[in-house]
Design a protein around this ligand. Structure first.
Ligand SMILES: [Mn+2]
Length: 401
């Protein structure tokens, strides 16, 4: 129906990927335990320091300087940096610094919901600052696009500082797989996030999970070039990426998530209900997808039904991807009403035009990788002002200077 076989979205999760994921997870289990123990020991020893106070922040500068030498016409090489003997160690440190940052920001004990919430004009405590948002969909290792986006965003952040407004940039998951340069892509985005910790946010996509990335390229590349240990470190980090970002603006709230809205389905009766996303007890922080709660799985995997016909279709049905659901407009409306959401921006689906609007233009898919599956894709991103959320701009990445 809506999905196109040519992009391999149908059966993306199947018995084979599930088996690969589970086997990788089992075989890496001792490594995961070792990583956890090392991290716990470091905390006990007082070795983890906050970013900015630590000499470890030099690792961020080092990666930043490294990526500054490249441009869209001079991309990093599949093999470059990796000739350096200490590359793996540096990556491991960068991963750990980024993981500490995620844990501190996303799961503080006072707010154990995997949502980044920032209030703007609505809030009494935070009434003065306007904000400019940028939303980026799947990048999937397409460095030619990331190399254009990051310098552009840096300039926007600087403009925001000069003119006293906030700049928030959300990358809506799927940084890896399907492209040879995906290791570079995730390293560059992590570095960008750490260098501008108040401006940048990386959300988890369905590819940031062991079953998917062990099967679609990233895992094999990391293990072949480096080690199982490094692959385990990446997977252990992915579980700590937030699932959603919600921004309260004067005209309404805007939600970002990778896949789609979740539906709670009673397996015995088949009846469904729509949840309040801020009070649901998530159990999402697992390396392997099948261990996660069904709501978190769906946030990463669901899709809208394109050209939904309420007369002749059920409100939702099992996704042909092999995980999650496709949902129609009633379910979507109920979700938005219950959670007081006006607009949703998400990635996850490939459209040649780089954008697709569904459900009276309120559910917006954005795709940000032009170098994907050998197709000519018009990769795009969104620019939105906090005081005028319905008049967001849609940019073509290639048109950036
Ligand atoms: Mn996806």
């Amino acid at each position: 129906m809506n999905n196109k076989d040519e992009f391999g979205e149908i059966d993306e999760y199947n018995d084979r990927t599930r088996k690969i994921g589970h086997e990788s997870y089992k075989s890496l289990q001792p490594t995961f335990i070792k990583i956890e123990e090392t991290q716990t020991q470091m905390i006990l020893d007082g070795k983890t320091q906050k970013l900015g106070e630590s000499t470890e922040s030099t690792i961020v500068e080092e990666f930043w300087e490294y990526y500054l030498q490249f441009s869209p016409s001079n991309l990093p090489n599949f093999a470059s940096y990796y000739g350096n003997e200490s590359a793996e160690l540096k990556m491991t440190i960068l991963i750990r610094v980024f993981q500490d940052f995620c844990l501190e920001r996303v799961y503080p004990p006072s707010f154990p919901v995997p949502i980044i919430q920032k209030a703007f004009k609505n809030s009494k405590n935070n009434s003065s600052h306007a904000a400019k948002f940028f939303f980026v969909g799947d990048t999937h290792g397409s460095m030619i696009d990331t190399m254009r986006l990051v310098p552009f965003f840096v300039k926007e952040i600087e403009k925001g500082i000069l003119n006293d407004y906030k700049v928030k940039i959300v990358f809506i998951g799927d940084f890896i797989d399907r492209n040879d340069l995906d290791i570079h892509n995730i390293l560059y985005l992590m570095t960008f996030n750490l260098r501008y910790p108040n401006n940048v946010l990386l959300l988890r996509g369905n590819h940031e999970e062991i079953s998917v990335c062990a099967h679609y390229g990233f895992g094999k590349k990391v293990v072949d070039r480096f080690s199982q240990m490094l692959f385990a470190s990446f997977c252990n980090l992915f579980k700590d990426l937030p699932l959603m970002a919600i921004y309260h603006c004067q005209q309404g709230s805007v939600l970002c998530l990778h896949g789609g809205i979740p539906i709670y389905v009673d397996e015995e009766t088949g009846k469904y209900k729509i949840l309040n996303i801020t009070t649901y007890q998530y159990d999402n922080r697992h390396v392997w997808l099948d261990d996660m709660d069904k709501i978190s799985q769906q946030i990463l995997w669901n899709d809208p039904i394109i050209n939904y016909d309420p007369e002749n279709m059920p409100p939702f049905f099992t996704s042909k991807r092999g995980m999650g659901y496709w949902f129609g407009e009633e379910v979507f409306d109920e979700f938005c009403e219950k959670n007081k959401i006006s607009l949703i921006f998400r990635g996850h689906q490939v459209f040649l035009d780089g954008i697709h609007k569904e459900f009276r233009q309120r559910f917006i898919t954005i795709f940000s990788a032009s170098d994907y599956a050998k197709k000519k894709i018009k990769a795009r991103f969104i620019e939105m002002n906090s005081d005028d959320i319905f008049n967001y701009k849609v940019h073509v990445i290639q048109d950036l200077p």
